[in-house]
Design a protein around this ligand. Structure first.
Ligand code: MN
Length: 224
């Protein structure tokens, strides 16, 4: 006679009970906080749907792979194909949300302001150059203010999900120029969106990234 046994419970280590490893970080401000420059509706779609979907897709793709227990940064640096695309988009978007803030904008001061002046001269020249890189980014991509290994600043354009995280450059600030970032508010007018970006640009975040970059270089602080 067959003995009765209790049904197996779905313990976490069993297949089919996969915990989400990568989470969607909270938006650092309210959905309507960047309005009218970036509308609530844009953030509801861009953060609430696009960013969220990259997180969900990534978790499905890494389940049962070598990337399952890795940090997001490690996945971005070591993966390729679909896993890279979704992981990098998760990382890039989080960096982008932090590149903006309510009641921000203006011009950077301190070490960052001096470095921008050293590279581009007047602040308006820097903005013009940033706008050119945005306009020249064909199709979907990102514009980045980076610190190069020699300590100077530069502007970089990346396509699709590509990110400076996989290069020797230290990202300081980014602007998402995928059409989904601006189509609701500015339709096809990418320059208008980039113009509005200056009203919410978070120089404090860029300055903090620059300071941590300098510390990393000097071996003071571990790179995160
Ligand atoms: Mn985007």
């Amino acid at each position: 006679m067959r003995m009765w046994r209790p049904a197996k419970l779905p313990f976490p280590q069993q297949k089919g009970f996969i915990m989400a490893k990568i989470t969607l970080p909270e938006l650092p401000y309210a959905m309507d906080a960047l309005s009218p420059h970036i509308s609530k509706e844009t953030l509801e779609f861009h953060y609430g749907k696009h960013h969220k979907t990259y997180v969900e897709t990534l978790n499905k793709l890494i389940a049962g792979t070598e990337f399952e227990n890795k940090s997001l940064e490690e996945i971005v640096k070591k993966s390729s194909g679909k896993i890279f695309n979704n992981a990098a988009q998760v990382w890039n978007h989080t960096f982008y949300w932090n590149s903006m803030a309510p009641k921000a904008g203006g011009e950077p001061d301190g070490v960052l302001g001096e470095a921008i002046e050293k590279k581009w001269g007047p602040f308006d020249t820097f903005k013009t150059e940033f706008g050119k890189v945005a306009a020249d980014t064909f199709g979907s991509g990102w514009v980045w203010l980076v610190q190069t290994p020699d300590g100077g600043l530069d502007l970089k354009s990346t396509s699709n999900a590509q990110t400076p995280l996989t290069t020797a450059d230290k990202p300081l600030l980014t602007c998402d120029v995928w059409e989904h970032a601006y189509y609701i508010d500015y339709r096809n007018k990418r320059p208008d969106y980039v113009g509005a970006f200056w009203n919410v640009v978070n120089w404090k975040f860029a300055a903090e990234n620059m300071a941590s970059g300098a510390a990393d270089k000097a071996g003071i602080r571990k790179a995160s």
